[in-house]
Design a protein around this ligand. Structure first.
Ligand SMILES: Cc1cc2nc3c(=O)[nH]c(=O)nc-3n(C[C@H](O)[C@H](O)[C@H](O)COP(=O)(O)OP(=O)(O)OC[C@H]3O[C@@H](n4cnc5c(N)ncnc54)[C@H](O)[C@@H]3O)c2cc1C
Length: 245
């Protein structure tokens, strides 16, 4: 049984998974296809990229970051989610997928803009607006059902990538806090930052010395240089109604 199953490997789901996996939770992302961000032609309002970034490259790098953190991925569409039994917080949920084996997880984050039909059996509180359904959540992304959370656009956050990523991270933190993970902050600090004041390094924080800092910087620059060396051969996905014409 996974500690957390994140339905949707787009912007918010990937951000949530990076946080939960780095906190030591066994994290599975089930993704049914393509983030809506793959329709973007040039992502220019995501902080950190002065002249923007190819949205598909951003998604690819985020997924690699999740894989580095230990996240497992499964390509499948989730079709239903139900509690294993009435002891939800102990025994969790079983998620059925299209054509795949059922999956089990203690907690579920729905990050699956724009599909939440698989939550219908749980009665989490969906809101319909036009043809779209949103999932109502509290400030931390918790739904009306213990152990079930929603993140990103599905949770009615503004339709922007940085907001979806930030919300995914915030919901990931709620899952960490609701689990029994020993957690303070996910921080990497220079050697002596805590210990130099006679403090233990808090859980999920790390102190690194200058040699290690430079080694990590070398690795990070190498990875990004490789990633940006060539233009991608993928093109934006067109809106389905245009593509059909
Ligand atoms: C044309 C276009 C241009 C855009 N340009 C910008 C921009 O320039 N800047 C900006 O900030 N934002 C932009 N956006 C908005 C941005 O893409 C979204 O706000 C953001 O992707 C929302 O993130 P999310 O994680 O909520 O959803 P998504 O990134 O769409 O991720 C949802 C994931 O869930 C998966 N999924 C759905 N149902 C299931 C299921 N049943 N089982 C398993 N997986 C499932 C989907 O396949 C998808 O991978 C643009 C959007 C569009 C359409």
């Amino acid at each position: 049984m996974h500690d957390v199953c994140i339905v949707g490997g787009g912007v918010s789901g990937l951000a949530a998974s990076i946080f939960t996996a780095r906190a030591g939770l066994d994290t599975l992302v089930v993704d049914g296809g393509e983030s809506i961000l793959a329709r973007n032609a040039s992502l220019e309002n995501y902080p950190g990229f002065p002249d923007g970034i190819d949205a598909r490259r951003y998604l690819r790098l985020s997924r690699e970051q999740a894989e580095n953190a230990g996240v497992e991925f499964e390509l499948a569409r989730v079709t239903s989610t139900e509690p294993v039994n009435e002891r939800i917080l102990e025994d969790g949920f079983v998620l059925e997928t299209e054509g795949g084996e059922p999956l089990e997880a203690r907690r579920v984050i729905a990050a699956s803009w724009s599909d939440s039909d698989y939550l219908v059996p749980l009665d989490v509180g969906r809101i319909q607006r036009g043809s779209k359904h949103f999932v109502s959540v509290d400030d931390a992304g918790r739904t009306a059902v213990d152990g079930v959370y929603a993140a990103g656009r599905l949770a009615d956050e503004p339709h922007q990538a940085i907001v979806a990523a930030g919300h995914g991270a915030k919901v990931g933190l709620a899952v960490i806090h609701d689990s029994d993970a020993n957690f303070y902050h996910d921080w990497v600090a220079p050697e002596g930052y805590f210990t130099g004041r006679g403090r233990e390094v808090p859980p999920c924080c790390e102190e690194i010395d200058d040699v290690e800092r430079q080694a990590r910087d070398d690795r990070a620059r190498g990875r990004l240089l490789d990633a940006f060396e060539e233009p991608l051969d993928e093109v934006p996905t067109m809106h389905p109604s245009v593509a059909e014409e």
